[in-house]
Design a protein around this ligand. Structure first.
Ligand code: NAI
Length: 422
C-alpha cells in the first residue's frame, strides 16, 4: 500500500453482527488495514430467533488472524444493555480502548401492519434501535476519554423512503437517523463523528428479495469502502447519511424548504389561509439542510414572530462591499451598544473579503481582516450582501434561504439592526 493509503494501525474497532454479511466484510477490511477488531455476533437466525451460536463470530476471527490481523470474538446480543456493555468490555479487556464502532447487527420480521403482532414489532426495535443504544452508550464513554471516535449507524432505504411490509424495520432504521442527529452534537467537541449508511447488498437478509443475477453485483465488498472511510481519521464529516451499493454512493438528507409566514406573526392564521397558501407551504424549492434544531427555532420561528418586520431600511446606493464597511462607523448607534461583541464578515465573490466590526465598551472598530476571536460570523456572497445592505433583501429571508450563513452566537446577529442605521 502507498503512503497515502488509509490505515487503522493502533485503532480498536467493534463491528456488531460481524459473523456474516456486511459486518464480516467490514471486520476483515479493518483487520487487513491494521485495526484490532472485536467481531461481535449473536449467531441467531435471520429473524433473530434461536439461542445463539459462537461459530459465526469465531470463523471471522480466524479469517482475520489468517490474514495476519488481530481480532477477538464476542457472542453477546446487542438487544440487551448487558450485551452492549459486554461487547465494549471485550474491546477494553482485549485491546484497552474503543475508537470505532459500526452498529450493523440486524434481523427482519416482515409483515403487513395488521399481521404485525407486538412481539414482531418489539424484537426488531430491540435489535436495531435499542441495540445501537446499548452498544453506543458505553462505547461513546470510552471514545470521549480518548478524544477520538468514529461511529457508523446502519439505516436502510426502507426507513428513509418506505417499503411495503416493513413498518417495524422502517421505524427502527429511521430512529437511528434521529439518534445520529443528536449524537453528532454531543460528540462534536470530542472529535467523535457519527454517520449513517443505507446499504444495498446481497446477504441472507436480502437473498430472497433481490433478483439472483443482481446478487453478485451487490457484494458487501462494494459497501465496505465507504464504511471504512467513515471510520477513518480522514473523515471530517458528521451527521450525514449515505446510500451505498454496487459501487454507487450518494448522500441523502432531511431538507427543509423556506415555506411561508402566515398572519404576520401576530394573527392566528385560519384553515382557509393554510388552504390558499398550500402550494407555497408544500413547495420544496430552495430547501436546505439544517445543522440542528436551533436553525428551525431561531430561523423559521423567529421569521414568523418578526413576520411584520420590514426589510432593513437603507439609504441604499452601496455599489461595493467595501463601501458598506467604510460607512459603518457613521451608521453606528453607540447608545445601542450595551454588550461587547465582534462581528466577523466573510464576503465571498467579486469585491468581497474579510472585515470585522468590534464593539468594546461602547466603541466601534471596523477593520479589514480576520479577528482572532469573533463572537458571530456572517458569511454571504458579495452580490447578496450588497442587495441586503441596499434593502433589496430581507435579512431573515436571506438567513432562512441559506444565502446568509451565521456561525457562532446567532442571537448576537439580532443586534445588528439596532447597532447600525445606514
Ligand atoms: P446479515 O443477516 O448477513 O447480518 C446481520 C448479522 O447480525 C448476522 O450475522 C446476525 O447473526 C447478527 N445479529 C442479529 N441479531 C443480533 C444481535 N441481537 N446481536 C448481535 N448480532 C446479531 O445481514 P446484512 O445484510 O449483512 O445486514 C447488516 C445490516 O445492514 C443490518 O443492520 C441490516 O438491517 C442492514 N441493511 C442491509 C441491507 C442489505 O441490502 N443487505 C439493506 C439495508 C440495511
Amino acid at each position: 500500500m502507498g503512503a497515502s493509503s488509509i490505515r487503522f494501525d493502533g485503532r480498536v474497532a467493534i463491528v456488531t453482527g460481524a459473523g456474516g454479511g456486511l459486518g464480516r466484510v467490514y471486520a476483515l477490511e479493518l483487520g487487513k488495514r491494521g485495526a484490532k477488531v472485536v467481531v461481535n455476533d449473536f449467531g441467531g437466525a435471520r429473524d433473530g430467533s434461536g439461542s445463539g451460536a459462537a461459530a459465526p463470530a469465531d470463523k471471522v476471527v480466524e479469517e482475520i488472524k489468517a490474514l495476519g490481523g488481530e481480532a477477538v470474538a464476542n457472542y453477546d446480543s446487542v438487544a440487551t444493555a448487558e450485551g452492549g456493555a459486554g461487547i465494549v468490555k471485550t474491546a477494553i479487556d482485549a485491546f484497552g480502548k474503543v475508537d470505532i464502532l459500526i452498529n450493523n447487527a440486524g434481523i427482519l420480521r416482515d409483515k403487513g401492519l395488521l399481521k404485525l403482532e407486538p412481539e414482531n414489532w418489539q424484537i426488531v426495535l430491540d435489535v436495531h434501535l435499542t441495540g445501537a443504544y446499548n452498544v453506543t452508550r458505553p462505547a461513546f464513554g470510552a471514545m470521549r476519554e480518548n478524544g477520538f471516535g468514529r461511529i457508523v449507524m446502519t439505516t436502510s432505504a426502507a426507513g428513509l423512503y418506505g417499503n411495503f411490509g416493513q413498518t417495524n424495520y422502517s421505524s427502527a432504521k429511521l430512529g437511528l437517523v434521529g439518534f445520529m442527529n443528536t449524537l453528532k452534537l454531543e460528540g462534536g467537541k470530542y472529535n467523535i463523528k457519527v454517520n449513517t449508511i443505507a446499504p444495498i447488498a446481497a446477504s441472507r437478509l436480502t437473498e430472497d428479495v433481490l433478483p439472483p443475477d443482481m446478487l453478485d453485483k451487490l457484494k458487501p465488498d462494494y459497501v465496505a469502502p465507504i464504511v471504512l472511510y467513515l471510520c477513518s481519521e480522514e473523515c471530517a464529516d458528521t451527521g450525514h447519511i449515505y446510500n451505498c451499493g454496487a459501487g454507487f454512493y450518494n448522500r441523502a438528507a432531511i431538507m427543509t424548504a423556506p415555506g411561508v409566514v402566515l398572519g404576520g406573526g401576530t394573527k392566528i392564521p385560519t384553515v382557509e389561509d393554510v388552504s390558499v397558501n398550500w402550494p407555497k407551504i408544500a413547495d420544496l424549492k430552495g430547501a436546505r439542510e439544517y445543522a440542528d434544531l436551533n436553525e428551525l427555532v431561531l430561523g423559521d420561528v423567529l421569521a414568523a414572530l418578526e413576520g411584520k418586520k420590514e426589510a432593513p431600511k437603507s439609504s441604499g446606493g452601496f455599489a461595493a462591499v467595501k463601501d458598506v464597511f467604510a460607512a459603518m462607523p457613521g451608521a453606528f448607534q453607540a447608545g445601542a451598544a450595551t454588550t461587547d461583541v465582534v462581528f466577523q464578515y466573510c464576503i465571498a465573490g467579486d469585491g468581497g473579503g474579510d472585515w470585522y466590526a468590534e464593539i468594546k465598551g461602547g466603541a466601534l472598530t471596523v477593520a479589514a481582516g480576520v479577528h482572532a476571536s469573533p463572537g458571530c460570523t456572517l458569511k454571504m456572497a458579495s452580490a447578496d450582501y450588497i442587495d441586503l445592505m441596499n434593502g433589496k433583501m430581507n435579512a431573515m429571508k436571506a438567513y432562512t434561504s441559506g444565502k446568509l450563513k451565521i456561525e457562532g452566537d446567532l442571537m448576537k446577529s439580532q443586534l445588528l439592526e439596532k447597532l447600525f442605521k445606514f
